[in-house]
Every structure is written in C-alpha cells, then in structure tokens.
Design a protein around this ligand. Structure first.
Ligand code: NI
Length: 128
C-alpha cells in the first residue's frame, strides 16, 4: 500500500458519474468521482451515503417525509444521505466528490428511476 494523491487519482480518468475506488476502510470504499449535470433519483435501502465535495459544488435533491428539498454543498462540505432516502445528486458545473459507502454499494442504489446513458451503474472501478 502506498499513499494516494486524490488529485492524481482524479487526473487519471475523465468519465463523469463513474466512481474510482481509491482505498478501503474496513468494509467501506472510499471513492472519488467527477460529476456534472444530473444523476438519477435512487435510494440505498441498507446504507447511509457520505459525500465530501473536493472541487466545484454539488446539489443533492432529497425526498423526505416532510417533502422534497435540495441541499447545496460547496467545495469542502460534507453531507450524509440517510439510508432509505430517495436522492438525486446534481452538479451545475465540473465537480469532484469523495463518497464513502460499504463495498459493493451500487451508484444507482437498490431502487432507481431509468438510468440515463451518462450515468454509470457500478459498484466502483479500480484506479488504473
Ligand atoms: Ni446514492
């Protein structure tokens, strides 16, 4: 194991909404992704999902018991989507995020709307 530069990891690929696994912590993946535009409404039934914004700005639309709202995460912000909560990330411009979630977690969750072509339904890719 060697230290991993997040900037070098992010520079190693160009795909949007297609996370790379940079390391693992116990049963969790630490993933980084480049994102821009809309993801897809989805929910993870069995796990929370942690977001850290490395560059740019991430919006996450949430469907909660009280109704729908959107949280805005500028660079340097963290947010955890609770398990079972439908959510749809959106980035108004080029953005880089770090996501922490259990190994094997699908990017589109256990329930989701139709997945558009620009969204990669994956459990994360190895860095190359
Ligand atoms: Ni999610």
């Amino acid at each position: 194991m060697e230290p991993i530069s997040l900037s070098a990891a992010l520079a190693s690929f160009t795909d949007r909404w297609s996370p790379r696994i940079v390391t693992t912590v116990n049963d969790y993946d630490v993933r980084v992704a480049k994102v821009e535009g809309e993801h897809v409404w989805h929910a993870h039934d069995d796990t929370d999902e942690f977001f850290l914004v490395l560059e740019g700005e991430l919006h996450i639309a949430l469907r909660e018991a009280a109704g729908e709202r959107t949280v805005v995460l500028p660079k340097g912000s963290v947010f955890t989507v609770p398990r079972g909560t439908e959510h749809k990330p959106y980035a108004p411009g080029p953005t880089a995020i770090l996501v922490l979630e259990p190994t094997g977690t699908l990017t589109v969750g256990d329930r989701h709307d139709d997945v558009p072509d620009h969204v990669d339904a994956t459990t994360g890719h190895a860095l190359t």
